[in-house]
Ligand binder design. Structure first.
Ligand code: TYC
Length: 103
């Protein structure tokens, strides 16, 4: 393990993570009810995709069952997941967004 020195230069056993932060996939799941236009809007609004990219990802989800919206640190990924699920429920759609640890 690694150690840090505090301001009094006393050695403390504080483990430091040296490896780069883990990355998380934000994933959308298909369902039978959410309109395609709404999924495209979500991909543009929350993930910064242009209309072409958003439409491609929407079709990927529609045909394959799930698809990746983007890859982020855990905090950003969790925030986007919560924003998408809140926005979907507010608009009466069952669209499901989850996060997965990236390989
Ligand atoms: N399957 C939906 C429909 O036919 C469209 C859809 C696409 C829903 C992607 C969810 O994540 C999704 N209206």
């Amino acid at each position: 393990p690694n150690y840090t020195l505090d301001s009094d230069t006393v050695l403390e056993k504080v483990p430091v993570r040296v490896k780069p932060p883990r990355r998380w996939k934000v994933v959308l799941y298909n369902d039978d009810y959410t309109p395609m236009d709404f999924v495209v809007l979500v991909l543009m609004r929350f993930f910064g995709h242009d209309e072409d990219a958003a439409t491609r990802i929407m079709w990927q989800v529609h045909t394959q069952g799930k698809g990746v919206c983007g890859i982020y640190s855990r905090e950003i990924a969790e925030t986007k997941m919560m924003q998408v699920n809140r926005f979907s429920r507010e608009n009466g759609h069952p669209l499901l967004c989850q996060i997965e640890l990236h390989d």
